[in-house]
Design a protein around this ligand. Sequence first.
Ligand code: NAD
Length: 501
Amino acid sequence: MNANADKMFPFDARSYAFQEYVPCKNLIGGAWRDAESGQTIAVENPRHGRVMGHVASSGAADVDAAVQAAALAAKTWRNVPIRERGAVFYRLKELMQRDLDELAWLVSHENGKTFAEAKASVEKGIECVEFGASLPNMATGEQLDVSRGVNCRIEHEALGVVAGITPFNFPIMVPLWMLPQAIVGGNAFVLKPSEQVPYGAMKLGLLLREAGLPDGVYNVVNGGADVVNALCDHPTIKAIAFVGSTRVGKHVYARGAAAGKSMLCLGGAKNHLIVVPDADVKLTAANVAASFTGCAGQRCMAASVLLAVGDVDPIVNAIVEEAKSIRMGKDLGSIINEVSEKRIRGYIDQAVSLGASIVLDGRAQRGEESGYWVGPTVLDHVSTTMPAATQEIFGPVLSIVRCKTLEDAIAIENANAYGNAACIYTTSGAVADYVTERVEAGMVGVNVGVPVPREPFGFGGWNDSKFGTGNITGMDGYRFWTRPRKVTTKWAIQKDTTWMG
Ligand code: NAD
């Protein structure tokens, strides 16, 4: 790569003011390249609703070039001691901390999050990098003398070339759910970021190079569905992780598996929070409001349905008051694009027309004159058959479903197809345990509205929120990106051996 390449990419935004970005290219074998077709896709800054740059719109030929570069790099990288591979991520952590503000503004510009949310997402990405840096201390394999003179050991070895496909909502954090375990595990990686937010992956390329990662170990191929399908079909790629919607996740899982790859696909969500009358009013109100409005509701862990059990009106009122105090543009960022804004508004309009009452209406709220916005919205008396109660809205909308009993609430939660997260708000340990043991969700919160497991605990839902085995982060991630070689040894000492004494 050109030693001065970094100067080509001045990510110097330090405010919400609109700024144009350099063209976002593919990174193949250490070189920044346009798509072979020469085509590009416009990238919008959603806060301003204006085109901030263009990203390469790639196809199968670009994927093949990246895979060839990765295959070449993987031959050497797999033989680099794991401690040295981990050290790259140790340095990446330092570089990300050095550039924290720059990274956060970058995420804010391409995704529309507030600066504080963007910064928190980068910090969570840094935690994932820390996990990768610590793998050399944890990835020891296993061994046992299974019989007299017979030993079995398991070595987790690199797969070779692997790939990741990521969504728009966390441009830096979600790629970092994959890269540390995959690369410290000895693989070369091809990333296909969301075409809506490609600059985070570009900046990661610059930082990884600065951290000492050899060319070709981290490659980026930008674009849309054509790139995804070419990755699924490419025979050299051995494993793919996907994070995005359930619709696309199911397609990617099936297509990659049909081509013989290991697949792990994380999909959409419809997270239910159960609130019972003994819940702490203040804690619950602040927590629920933050959960459904954070990142403008565009989080797979966001609260979506509140199952209000019995008389919890004081808590519902407090949630509404809390949500009213959220300042547009300052505490709540924008929606990713016009189509998403229309979709969210459509769910609100439809719920109202079907008889839900709108106790907080964010439809007229904006953070800026331009861009895509929906304010915090609370719909009450939503029925279990309304799309606002069953489908992923992915916006700052809370649908309240009234329930007579805790059993009713659990039954509603369990009837939904997704299984990412569920929460219970209560001051009773017995109630918390009762719910925790019965909800159909891979990640459960007790008085925690966004129950993301912190490292080293792995992230991953159940049911229609995940296709494949294991979690994407933590040691499960390392297992996913490696394959276990089982070695059984038996050594016989020859009778005529005299030199052993
Ligand atoms: P998306 O499914 O539209 O896109 C994800 C990726 O797939 C992108 O890189 C995109 O380019 C590609 N893609 C889109 N359409 C495709 C198609 N027809 N064929 C092949 N590839 C295609 O998701 P999104 O809108 O970027 O992200 C939001 C979704 O991601 C939500 O459903 C959210 O719940 C989910 N998500 C889930 C998790 C999780 O951990 N479960 C985390 C973050 C986001």
